[in-house]
Design a protein around this ligand. Structure first.
Ligand SMILES: [Zn+2]
Length: 95
């Protein structure tokens, strides 16, 4: 059985339905809203239209499994993190 229907609106989050006053895991305020808009990640992933949950209070975004899959599929191949080595401290001379 699914969750019982309440009078207030609820937020459908993938297969999960959150009550309207569900607190944000980050700031604990009941300001989570479902949004569907353009998504750009710092790693270069771009999606025209991605559905996710956003906290109107702290701005934190939450993705369900489907959104994660879309992000994963849209991720550019060269977005792997580059490793940098610190060589400057390797040559210490003793007199
Ligand atoms: Zn929040």
């Amino acid at each position: 059985m699914s969750l019982s229907h309440q009078n207030g609106t609820s937020i459908r989050f993938g297969r999960i339905e959150l009550p309207e006053d569900f607190p944000c895991p980050e700031c604990d305020k009941p300001t989570l809203r479902r949004v569907r808009e353009q998504f750009d990640s710092p790693g270069g992933t771009h999606l025209e239209d991605l559905e996710r949950i956003r906290c109107l209070s702290c701005g934190e975004e939450f993705f369900d499994i489907e959104a994660m899959r879309l992000i994963e599929a849209a991720r550019p191949p060269k977005a792997r993190p580059r490793k940098t080595l610190h060589k400057s401290a390797s040559a210490i001379k003793h007199a």
